[in-house]
Write a protein that binds this ligand. Structure first.
Ligand SMILES: Nc1ncnc2c1ncn2[C@@H]1O[C@H](COP(=O)(O)OP(=O)(O)OP(=O)(O)O)[C@@H](O)[C@H]1O
Ligand SMILES: [Mg+2]
Length: 273
């Protein structure tokens, strides 16, 4: 479980995060949702320690991270896997070398052990046998898979994914979302995914935090998100015509159900008479 408390961050006097608090649960895909420029990536970077918050704290499974001693922070960092916005693979390295890289950096595994782990991770993301390909030779979806394999290679306890399915077609995007969810549940990882994609929300939003202009405006599950009365959230969700139509159908179904119940009740009243 990751807890954040009252995170503030400003750049050159411009407030980006304005006191964000919340809990991200273990074994769940926790989504950070919000419009472009609202501070999602900055919050993610504050959590992993790539940016130091001006105020506030982050706790990983009860261990205080922000401002703690270097060796404690390093120990937590070793448990973090990160899939960056845009995959960020090393272009001059093969797929295999990309996935091996964090193992070289963070573990004292032998070459043989590293290769075993690389092959295991590549198989897990459906890329068995792609070891010797260069990033330029593979598709966007495959690059994301390599990015995920690299993130989970050192047996991560915490997984952070910044826009894991941006730039992918809807079907491939869904496959990547599902893969992240499966891995999260299989290895009981605490996963935080930054997204602005409503498809991801509906498919894998175990728990969602909605950010708006640097503040947390709402949190809840994918089942609850359609029924909020927060204007900013509704404007965000129903910017999409498909979502507006889905909401209309749902409301019509509810209305029909209510009418049914009403006429059933009226019917049974009649019978009693
Ligand atoms: N290192 C930085 N220095 C100055 N300003 C920054 C820095 N990083 C982010 N910002 C600013 O903080 C704000 C939030 O940026 P952030 O990258 O978190 O947005 P986002 O919600 O991830 O958007 P997107 O969905 O487009 O990725 C933006 O106005 C951005 O310009
Ligand atoms: Mg971003």
């Amino acid at each position: 479980m990751i807890e954040i408390h009252n995170i503030h961050k400003a750049f050159n006097g411009k407030k980006v995060l304005d006191g964000v608090s919340g809990v991200f649960e273990t074994g769940k895909t926790n989504l950070l949702l919000g419009a472009s420029g609202t501070g999602k990536s900055v919050l993610l970077k504050c959590i992993v320690g790539l940016i130091k918050p001006d105020l506030g704290s982050v706790t990983f499974d009860g261990t205080y991270f922000t401002n703690n001693k270097l060796d404690i922070r390093q120990e937590i960092r070793r448990k973090i896997g990160m899939l960056f916005q845009g995959s960020a693979l090393f272009d001059s390295m093969t797929v295999e070398e990309n996935v091996e890289f964090p193992l070289k950096m963070l573990t004292d595994m032998s070459k043989e052990e590293r290769m075993e782990r690389v092959n295991f991770c590549l198989k897990r993301v459906g890329l068995e046998g792609a070891n010797k390909k260069m990033p330029s030779e593979i598709s966007g979806g495959m690059k994301k898979r390599v990015g995920i394999a690299r993130a989970i290679a050192p047996n991560c306890t915490y997984l952070f994914c910044d826009e894991p399915n941006s730039g992918l077609d809807p079907q491939t995007a869904l496959k990547i979302d599902e893969l992240i969810k499966e891995i999260t549940e299989e290895y009981n990882i605490t996963t935080i995914i930054v997204t602005h994609d409503m498809n991801s929300v509906i498919e894998i939003g175990d728990k969602i935090m909605f950010l708006y202009e640097g503040k947390k405006l709402w949190e809840g599950t994918r089942d609850e998100i359609m029924d909020t009365d927060i204007k900013e959230l509704n404007d965000f969700i129903f910017a999409n015509r498909l979502m507006r139509d889905a909401k209309k159908v749902e409301e019509e179904e509810r209305e029909e159900e209510r009418n049914h119940e009403h006429s059933d009740a009226a019917g049974s009243q009649e019978l009693k008479k």
